[in-house]
Design a protein around this ligand. Sequence first.
Ligand SMILES: C[S@@+](CC[C@H](N)C(=O)[O-])C[C@H]1O[C@@H](n2cnc3c(N)ncnc32)[C@H](O)[C@@H]1O
Length: 366
Amino acid sequence: MSTPQAENITMSAGGRYSLATAGARDVIDGATKLVVRAIGEVPVAAVDGVFTMSDMGCADGGTSLGMVRTAIGAVRERFGRAAVKVVYADQPRNDFNALARIVHGLGGFDGYLEEFDGVFPLFSATSFYRAIVPPGGLHLGFSATAMHWLSGKPGDLAAHVHAVGAVGDEREKFAAQARADWQTILLRRAEELAPGGQLVLVVFCMDERGRYLGNTGGVNMFARFNALWRGFVEEGAVTEGEYRAMTLPQFYRTVEEFRAPFEGEGAAARAGLELLEMETRVVPCPFAAYFKMHGDADKFATAYIPTLRTWSESVFYGALSTARAGGERRAIVDNFYRAYGDEVRNHPDGHAMDYVHAYMRIRKTR
Ligand SMILES: C[S@@+](CC[C@H](N)C(=O)[O-])C[C@H]1O[C@@H](n2cnc3c(N)ncnc32)[C@H](O)[C@@H]1O
């Protein structure tokens, strides 16, 4: 299961994740039609008074509030007064206090609980590499922008921070881990799903044109991460070992890699899962779009850097030697994002964290 390294990954605490991630919400909003279609196809007979949905890798739950509200409306339309269980799942180190506050309407976001009777949010600190709900108990499994995180790190990269910059054997190790992990994710969901239940999975990918997060034609975000971190080694701010330890345990699968387990005698096909639809989409970086309107590089950098920081800072921090005092580690990480911010301030054009996802709808056939 997850290695200590993988467990270092958390989103920023205290609800800041959603505030800094308007783009992630746009990504989820774009999946709402698939969610409604999925609910519309769950057999009425499969729901005996209780409809169970999950949001796997939910972080603080803020980005999916609108999608969950629409999903509950669709459940009510199809299944009448059925109670709705919404199982929010993330890793144990996630900030579950922020999650509970946001879902219960205390986080400054518009919640949905006041609008409906018979809706039961539940909070689970179980990884999506394990079963989150009992066998046959799930009607709709949802996940956005989470399943690119591998269950562990297959190794440290010698010359990059992300598998997108890896080559040869190093890349193949990550690809193999991603294949095994995708299979595990699907098999755990096949156990959970009721017959006719569906999954809507929105997963970071490498699209048909080779695009991926932060690499859609302008400045390559991961190349900048790598160059700046390498520069810290050259300045003597971090060691070679710390440079290598900053390897993100992530992989951006291609559509072929997503599809493989559903084909022929693939593990997902054998487990009764059918891939109903899949398409790749690019959702533009809202900060870069806003910058095009206002043209103020300082304002852009100040808003943009926190969105990169939410999902990457715990890995940078975790890469630094524990022989350093906590304050020193935090200062290095602060300096890193300051350096990235200065770069954006001085040369803002081309910086953008456009999202590149595969949107999938999957059905349990039996
Ligand atoms: C980028 S956030 C996405 C949050 C939200 N779904 C969204 O789209 O805005 C990724 C989330 O996936 C979670 N995550 C990573 N690996 C996980 C695992 N194995 N099981 C459950 N959650 C995981 C992280 O803790 C984090 O909260």
